[in-house]
Structure formats: structure tokens, C-alpha cells
Design a binder for this molecule. Structure first.
Ligand SMILES: [Zn+2]
Length: 168
């Protein structure tokens, strides 16, 4: 990574995104072109997604939006259970891999299994970030950062709106 933390902040401020993106390592979204070119097991028309999803779910899952930090009750969900895709019920994350990252978004150090999620590269804020989406329907979930806990060192920063919680 060529930027120091300070120069990154200056960069973000210089691009005028500071207000919209106060924390660099947020779940900040963006339309991910690569995602649109792929086909998924669960494929619906835009009209079908709009009918099925709430307004906020549609904004996050289908338009790669980002929920406000600390706005999702799932951020504080500590019970044993499984987090599934709000769009297609695909099992995404398990409570045993969840941790409190202090960012205000539900955070996990790994997905529930290989193949649960897919990734693409997102240049929305000018530096490459790893976008993460549901492997079954392509719905945008959040981003993956390299400042998570061991053993993976990964932080899956996920919009709570993009998921439903199924208690064990
Ligand atoms: Zn899905």
C-alpha cells in the first residue's frame, strides 16, 4: 500500500469525499461493474428485486450502498446463530467468527465456508478495496480489509441490512 495513513486522509479530503466517507476503512459502497457482468445461481430482474426487498435492502444489496455506522441491530448481535443473505437466504457468516471491530458494522474474520461469498475489486474511493458479495445472488454485502484478528487477519465489514440473523 503506497499511502501512509496521513496521506490517505489528505487524499480523501482532497477528493471531497470526506463528508460522505469519514472513515477510510468503512463499508463504503460503490457500483461494482465486475459484479454486474457475472451470472449467479439466483438471478432476478431489477423489478423482481425491487418488489422483494425493502428500500434499504435494495439500496445496499443491489446498488452497493452503505448503511450508517452503528445503525444495524446486527452490529451488537451476540447470540449463537447464522447470518444469511437478506436477498436469497444463502448462509454467509457464523456467530463464532463474529467480533467487535468497533467500526459500527457487523464484522467477521472469515465467511461461514468457502464459496459462501465472492469478491471483486472496487476503486470507488480512489484506492483499491476488496468488495464482498453473496456468492449465490451477487448481492453487495460490504468490504474486506486486512486489519482483522488472527488467524486470518481479515475484517469482513458487512452491512447488517444485507443480512438476516437465524438464532441457533
Ligand atoms: Zn444472496
Amino acid at each position: 500500500m503506497p499511502f501512509t495513513l496521513t496521506s490517505r486522509r489528505s487524499f480523501i479530503a482532497a477528493t471531497g469525499l470526506a463528508a460522505a466517507m469519514p472513515v477510510l476503512a468503512s463499508c463504503g459502497g460503490g457500483i461494482v461493474e465486475a459484479r454486474k457482468e457475472r451470472t449467479y445461481r439466483i438471478s432476478k430482474t431489477d423489478a423482481q428485486w425491487r418488489r422483494q426487498l425493502t428500500r434499504e435492502e435494495y439500496r445496499i444489496l443491489r446498488e452497493a450502498g452503505t448503511e450508517r455506522a452503528y445503525s444495524s441491530p446486527l452490529d451488537n448481535e451476540g447470540r449463537p446463530g447464522t447470518f444469511v443473505c437478506a436477498g436469497c437466504n444463502n448462509r454467509l457468516y457464523a456467530s463464532v467468527h463474529k467480533y467487535d471491530s468497533g467500526t459500527g458494522w457487523p464484522s467477521f474474520w472469515r465467511p461461514i465456508d468457502r464459496g459462501a461469498v465472492g469478491t471483486s475489486v472496487d476503486y470507488k474511493i480512489g484506492v483499491p478495496r476488496t468488495e464482498v458479495h453473496c456468492a449465490d445472488c451477487g448481492g453487495h454485502l460490504g468490504h474486506i480489509f486486512g486489519d482483522g484478528p488472527q488467524p486470518t487477519g481479515k475484517r469482513h465489514c458487512i452491512n447488517g441490512v444485507a443480512m438476516d440473523f437465524i438464532p441457533a
